[in-house]
Design a protein around this ligand. Structure first.
Ligand SMILES: Cc1cc2nc3c(=O)[nH]c(=O)nc-3n(C[C@H](O)[C@H](O)[C@H](O)COP(=O)(O)O)c2cc1C
Length: 283
């Protein structure tokens, strides 16, 4: 990696020094200098903040630098309205999600922040009926296994005492299995696409990174009129599966950390309702 400052262009405003999280830049003798180049996390903040286009960074050729179109930015009210109107819509039509929409959802996810700017989040999109069916079956099998384990007398007693939340999960697990047996799929609920969000297995903040990407994706889905809900049942089975069945099935090297079920809506929301009271303290 190489970082240089074009001394002719640089007006020594100090913005790069102020913005850089790794203290790569330092003002010295009236000039900006590149100091700790090895500390650079390649976030690109220095280039994005420089008015003078004076920073030359080997990781960011000019083709990777784009002016922000401020006209396109939504107002604070628009952002809040989008957040309020984003809901989990599980009423899907049979129509598949157009590829351009999936691409936009992925682009939004891909801009989310990641710990240490690792950018290790990857995506697998499933739209084939056969593979969607595999996900549903795998989840139900996982739930059946969990239910059998929780029904063992010793486990039942221990879990009741030491993990009461898991103990009460039994009821939920039982309901999912029962509904599935009746032919009502409450794992995918008729979603026509599933987005698996995965990160390297050794990633310390993998789940956090994946869920931030999820939220960007869900806001984009909402603005495109695409329905989505969080595949929590799928996630809870995936997390317990030591054999990594789902990952292996789709050739995923890392760990699936977040799952989005998507489809086109058969009905739409016309109102939003208030959440429970906002609980916050300021100090
Ligand atoms: C971690 C997490 C797991 C979830 N798991 C599921 C799930 O497995 N199935 C489902 O239908 N909805 C699931 N949801 C959606 C929630 O039920 C939903 O977000 C909540 O009821 C609030 O509704 P809203 O998303 O419309 O605001 C999950 C949400 C989160 C954040």
């Amino acid at each position: 990696m190489n970082i240089e400052i074009n001394k002719e262009k640089c007006r020594v405003c100090g913005s790069c020094e102020a913005i850089c999280p790794s203290r790569v830049f330092k003002k010295e003798d009236g000039k900006m200098r590149v100091h700790h180049i090895h500390a650079c996390i390649e976030c690109g903040h220095c280039l994005a903040v420089c008015h003078d286009e004076a920073i030359i960074h080997s990781s960011f050729p000019p083709s990777k630098l784009h002016k922000i179109d401020k006209e396109k930015l939504p107002s604070a009210e628009s952002v809040l309205e989008l957040c309020r109107s984003r809901r989990s819509n599980r009423a899907f039509s049979a129509r598949s999600v157009p590829r351009e929409m999936l691409d936009k959802i992925l682009s939004a996810a891909h801009t989310a922040p990641t710990a240490s700017n690792a950018q290790g989040v990857e995506y697998t999109v499933i739209t084939s009926r056969e593979h969607l069916e595999f996900i549903r079956r795998h989840t139900i099998k996982g739930y059946e296994k969990m239910y059998r384990m929780l029904a063992m007398p010793v486990v039942k007693q221990l879990v009741k005492i030491f993990a009461p939340k898991t103990y009460y999960m039994r009821k939920k697990i039982k309901r999912v299995i029962k509904e599935d047996k009746k032919g009502r799929d409450i794992v995918l609920r008729g979603a026509t696409a599933v987005l698996l969000i995965h990160t390297p297995r050794d990633s310390r903040f993998g789940r956090d990174d994946a869920n931030l990407a999820y939220q960007n994706a869900s806001l984009m889905a909402e603005s495109l009129g695409v329905s989505q809900f969080y595949g929590g049942f799928i996630c809870s089975v995936v997390r317990r599966d030591k054999k990594r069945t789902l990952e292996k099935h789709f050739g995923i090297e890392g760990s699936v950390q977040a799952v989005m079920a998507l489809g086109m809506p058969s009905v739409k929301f016309h109102s939003y309702i208030d959440r429970k009271e906002l609980k916050v303290k300021f100090f």
